[in-house]
Design a protein around this ligand. Structure first.
Ligand code: TYD
Length: 211
């Protein structure tokens, strides 16, 4: 991954940091890809990225998804290590050079998922606010846990991982619904992808009007 803006791209004065959050199966990846492409077509330097990352801590976390051998405290520590590395190596340098980051999951996922295992979601958010850059927008794609599981199992032919059992997804859903931050926009994840994309572009227009 290069951290240098490609030639002929328009720098955004403070960068643009957009995060998508929601349950598994809520359509985040589709919206990330559509937004990234739309930003590139408009001449911006847009990079898609996700958490957990493919770095060493992210890989360790993924190994744990099926087995869940780690305690929730150990899990939290790994997500934070993975995130700090991601911020230092990709997110900060890109934003500082006027690029856009379009990201699948960030610390609200930690609040919701590790919160669903008993940690305090508000404390997780407060801790992150001390070191993690604040996104310009966090789009929470809202779907019911039942629909999420249906989309994962029927649509992707995957078996739900340990995070994706109905009861724990219901707790995640409640936590996502309870979080209030000024940069959050809640969107209806049952809408057609093109309709959701249009709503997102409209919401972002004021941020892209650079003089
Ligand atoms: P996911 O986006 O589904 O990645 P992939 O499709 O590549 O497997 O994320 C994997 C799981 O990680 C997901 O079920 C939610 C969980 N997760 C947390 O529990 N805490 C976190 O902080 C993050 C970022 C993800």
């Amino acid at each position: 991954m290069t951290h240098t803006p490609p030639p002929h791209t328009t720098p955004l004065p403070n960068g643009l940091f957009i995060v998508f959050e929601g349950l598994d199966g809520s359509g985040k990846t589709t919206q990330c890809n559509m937004l990234c492409e739309a930003l590139q077509q408009r001449g911006f330097w847009a990079t898609f990225t996700k958490e957990p990352t493919d770095g060493p801590w992210g890989q360790k976390l993924r190994q744990n998804f099926q087995t869940r051998d780690l305690s929730v405290e150990e899990e939290l520590e790994l997500f934070i290590r993975d995130r700090k590395q991601h911020i230092a190596e990709l997110i900060q340098p890109t934003l500082q050079q006027g690029g856009a980051i379009v990201q699948d999951r960030y610390y609200l996922s930690t609040a919701a998922y590790q919160g669903s295992r008993g940690l305090d979601p508000q404390q997780i958010i407060a801790d992150h606010q001390t070191f993690a850059p604040t996104p310009h927008r966090i789009y929470i794609l809202d779907i019911s846990p039942e629909l999420g599981i249906q989309r994962i199992t029927e649509g992707r032919g995957e078996q739900p991982n340990a995070f994706e059992q109905l009861e724990s997804l219901q707790r995640c859903h409640e936590i996502f619904a309870s979080i209030n931050l000024p940069n959050i926009r809640r969107l209806d994840g049952t809408l057609a992808p093109a309709e959701l994309h249009a709503q997102i572009l409209q919401d972002l227009t004021p941020l892209l009007n650079i003089a």
